[in-house]
Write a protein that binds this ligand. Structure first.
Ligand SMILES: C[S@@+](CC[C@H](N)C(=O)[O-])C[C@H]1O[C@@H](n2cnc3c(N)ncnc32)[C@H](O)[C@@H]1O
Ligand code: SF4
Ligand code: SF4
Length: 349
């Protein structure tokens, strides 16, 4: 690609520590599960500065993005002049934790009716040693984000781990992603997170209680709204830096998108509209609700909403995982890459 070197900071600053202890330098799906190693089987050095990490960094340095076919984060790529590839890295600044998948609800697109929690994600003999195993990973960390795969306030393992990290690493700030049901003042205090939250994201997925109940099975809409309002006051007081709502777009909730945009604005929150990830074993359901599919009977209705003034002119929305709707066709990573660096067209996707 000419003489330009494209630099992605993620393999130097980010470690996503996920179910079974696998470590990824970025979102697992974007890099097709390319893992640097496993925290339950290898040491920190073997993983973070081992062969697989070097191979990943070398490829990206060579402008070879074949390991990143699903990249959705082109904004973070930069052109650099440095000519020597750095294959080793100091400890990561950002840690994403998704070790325990326990949850207090079943969202239809995340877990089907018969979903069974896998209690073997963390080996029994490691459950009491999580802080010890994670300590080398945390030595340089500024931010810990959790929980990527379960519900932090519902899982005892996640709660204990976060409190331990908060107690032992006073400079670390937290990014919390939660369904919001148990995200109360008391629970935030119990985890020693008061004034330590740099970002909080509440997954809501609906403006009305009726629609919420169709999506979040076993949820509690009123409680979530109450907690969201409390968090909004913390944001106003400057005690939380970033406040976001997550909204996974489906045929069930798409009509409420404009109302959600207004609601988020009133709260001082950003709203992140997530595309439906259909990689789980819920084929029949996805066929029914995957409104991002051009063959879905409601696809054109969604396109109208996405091209409405409310949507296009809102500054507080982020679209993640459904680039289909900006150009109304899928844009491959390489195409997006070229556009960013050669035409500089795409700013939102
Ligand atoms: C897996 S959850 C974990 C954190 C927390 N329990 C929550 O719901 O926010 C993280 C995010 O993934 C979203 N999610 C789960 N399954 C999804 C799917 N199949 N497609 C798109 N988003 C999904 C959730 O709605 C949530 O916003
Ligand atoms: S290029 Fe994209 S997918 Fe690859 S590590 Fe960077 S942000 Fe992740
Ligand atoms: S609350 Fe989060 S982890 Fe729980 S089922 Fe919903 S999306 Fe999945």
């Amino acid at each position: 690609m000419d003489n330009k070197h494209i630099y992605c900071p993620n393999p130097y600053i980010l470690a996503e520590i996920m179910p079974f202890g696998n470590v990824y330098p970025c979102s697992c799906g974007w890099i097709r599960g390319y893992s640097f190693g496993n925290i339950f089987e290898q040491s920190y050095d073997e993983i973070w500065n081992g062969e697989r990490a070097s191979e990943f960094r070398q490829k990206l340095y060579n402008n070879d993005f074949s390991l990143c076919p699903g990249c959705q984060n082109l904004e973070i790529l930069q052109e650099i002049k440095d000519n020597s590839p750095k294959l080793k890295s100091p400890p990561p600044e950002r840690i994403l934790l998704g070790l325990d998948e326990f949850c207090d609800v079943k969202c239809i697109f995340c877990r089907g009716e018969n979903y069974k929690i896998d209690t073997k994600l963390i080996p029994d003999d490691k459950k009491d040693k999580l802080l010890e195993i994670l300590t080398p990973w945390l030595q340089n960390a500024k931010y810990v984000k959790t929980n990527a795969v379960g519900e932090v306030f519902a899982s005892k393992i996640s709660r204990d781990l976060i409190k331990n990290i908060a107690d032992n690493f006073p400079n670390i700030k937290f990014e919390i992603i939660t369904n919001g049901i148990q995200c109360t003042k008391e629970n935030i205090e119990k985890l020693n997170l008061t004034n330590r939250i740099s970002m909080i994201t509440i997954s809501l997925h609906a403006f009305t209680e009726k629609t919420y109940n169709q999506i979040v099975k076993g949820g509690n809409y009123k409680k979530v709204i109450e907690n969201i309002k409390y968090l909004s006051t913390l944001k106003e007081l400057g005690q939380i830096e970033r406040f976001e709502l997550h909204y996974t777009v489906t045929s069930i909730n798409y009509k409420e998108i404009p109302d959600m945009i207004n609601f988020a604005r009133q709260l001082g929150a950003k709203i992140r509209f997530l595309g439906l990830d259909c990689s789980r074993d819920l084929e029949e359901l996805y066929k029914r609700i995957n409104i991002q599919d051009k063959n879905h009977p409601k696809y054109n209705d969604l396109v109208k909403i996405v091209h409405s003034k409310t949507f296009l002119e809102s500054k507080d929305i982020v679209i993640q995982g459904w680039e289909y709707f900006t150009g109304l066709k899928p844009i491959s990573f390489i195409e997006k890459f070229k556009k960013k660096f050669y035409n500089r067209e795409i700013t939102k996707y």
